[in-house]
Ligand binder design. Structure first.
Ligand code: HEM
Length: 454
């Protein structure tokens, strides 16, 4: 039964296209916050628009975030846009709700939880060392973003899929990049569209993953692989009723694709923007270096970093958190109303999307003093931060399960970078756009000066 409330003010724009092009254009020009602010000025804190083919309500602020992240599946479901759903797959975690979400998430977390990940610090360190030897050593100028994408993709391939470097990794990265291009696109499947290219790449990637899954299953069933050697083997080892695999093959493939997407694009952006911060703030670089040198000096030459060492990198992680506050890789996301909802005095009709964004609460001056200023001290006392204001990793039952994974790869990479190099930005125009992830001008070329051999 419909309530007598009215839907929020705003305009739904043109059929199908709605305001998608306007938002995407603003994101590319890095003016999306301003674009949203104009909506707030015109219509107030709750407004309607149409994005990626669906009527949508835009909400923001601490109360809105709390509503969004704590509502259960009877109020809001986690349906993504049509393009994300078709590219990543309808059985990936982002599309699942209720018991299915709990079951698949628990399986992924059994590999991504700190107790499991602490065993892999050395392996990540090895990937970082190989990467720096191959791509940084003996170079004077490097482009940070593409290199960090390569590094985080290699870490994902090695740790999560047990896939070492070689032709197969190269084919996969090519396919993966094409797939990612269409994630935030208008779902028009015609031969010349971004969406169409992305869908084709997603089909090719799934075929590759199916083949890898087959090989891993054979190795696991013939006792030549331990259940914790990589994420895929771990998923294959988790059993439900009658000793059958807990996740269907489709669920495994869709969620491995999701982990590839969620796990590599985000961390690579974080490390890239940290490198930019460290170039622009010599005092912060000096404090990070001091912390990392103290840790290095407490170790024997050649000794690997441990989980305990990472626990001591408190200042470095505060710099990372502040980087994520100012440039959150995830701009925002979508939920869907499962039934008619009354929110803030308006009706959100069943089936409409709800659009949330990170930046607007991250820049709230009542929470973060001088929000425009980069200051790691914003995170000195994290326990006093009110909940649902810092949402770089989301919140509630869907809070990012890759937090620890991202933390390890970021800290290990920065440990090596600051101890072995100093760097300067090459571009005079130090700007970035969003596509939809933040992308620095020309991929952030830097001039590197080695300090000591790797
Ligand atoms: C700096 C790095 C990262 C950031 C900023 C980040 C951010 C986020 C955010 C904001 C969400 C919540 C989206 C929502 O509620 O709609 C999320 C979910 C998710 N993230 Fe991350 N992420 C990062 C790294 C990772 C890594 C390394 C992995 C995997 C190895 C990962 C896997 C996931 C998955 C699977 C979800 C979906 C969770 C669910 O729906 O239950 N993320 N992430």
């Amino acid at each position: 039964r419909r309530t007598s409330k009215r839907v929020p003010p705003g305009s739904l724009g043109l059929p199908i296209i709605g305001q998608s092009l306007g938002l995407l254009r603003a994101m590319r020009a890095n003016t999306a916050e301003k674009w949203l602010e104009e909506k707030v000025q015109k219509y107030g804190p709750i407004s309607k628009l149409s994005l990626f083919g669906k009527p949508t309500v835009f909400i923001y602020g601490q109360a809105a975030n709390k509503f969004l992240f704590t509502s259960d599946g009877t109020v809001l479901s986690n349906a993504q846009t049509q393009s994300i759903k078709m590219i990543l797959g309808d059985r990936c975690l982002l599309e699942l709700n209720g018991e299915d979400h709990k079951r698949v998430r628990a399986a992924l977390v059994s590999f991504l939880k700190p107790e499991s990940l602490k065993l892999y610090v050395g392996k990540m360190e090895e990937e970082v060392r190989i990467h720096l030897q191959k791509h940084w050593k003996d170079n004077q100028i490097v482009k940070v973003l593409p290199l960090m994408k390569t590094l985080t993709f290699d870490i994902v391939c090695s740790l999560l899929f047990g896939l070492e470097c070689g032709t197969r990794r190269d084919q996969m990265v090519h396919c993966f990049e094409r797939m990612m291009e269409g994630m935030w696109s208008i779902p028009i499947n015609l031969p010349f569209t971004r969406f169409n290219r992305s869908l084709k790449a997603s089909t090719d990637l799934r075929k590759m993953l199916q083949q890898i899954l087959c090989e891993k299953r054979y190795a696991f069933e013939h006792n030549s692989a331990s259940s914790h050697q990589d994420l895929i083997t771990c998923l294959l080892s988790i059993r439900g009723e009658n000793n059958k695999e807990l996740l269907s093959e489709k669920e495994m493939i869709h969620n491995i694709t999701l982990i590839m997407a969620a796990g590599h694009d985000t961390s690579s952006i974080l490390i890239t923007f940290m490198i930019r911060v460290l170039a622009n703030h010599p005092n912060i670089y000096a404090s990070v270096l001091k912390e990392q040198e103290e840790i290095a000096q407490s170790k024997l030459p050649g000794e690997s970093l441990t989980w305990e060492d990472l626990g001591k990198m408190k200042y470095t992680w505060r710099v990372a958190m502040e980087t994520l506050r100012m440039v959150p890789p995830v701009f925002g996301g979508f939920r869907q109303a499962v039934k008619d909802i009354e929110y803030g005095g308006y009706l959100i009709p069943k089936g409409w999307q709800i659009f949330w964004v990170t930046a607007k609460t991250h820049m709230d001056s009542s929470i973060f003093q001088e929000p425009e200023k980069f200051d790691p001290a914003h995170f000195e006392n994290q326990a006093t931060l009110p909940p649902y204001n810092y949402i770089a990793f989301g919140g509630g039952a869907r809070v990012c399960p890759g937090y620890e994974f991202a933390k390890i790869e970021t800290l290990v990479t920065i440990h090596y970078l600051v101890r072995h190099f100093t760097w300067k930005l090459c571009c005079i125009e130090d700007t970035f756009s969003r596509d939809p992830m933040p992308t620095p001008n020309q991929g952030l070329p830097i001039q590197i000066i080695p300090k000591k051999p790797l």
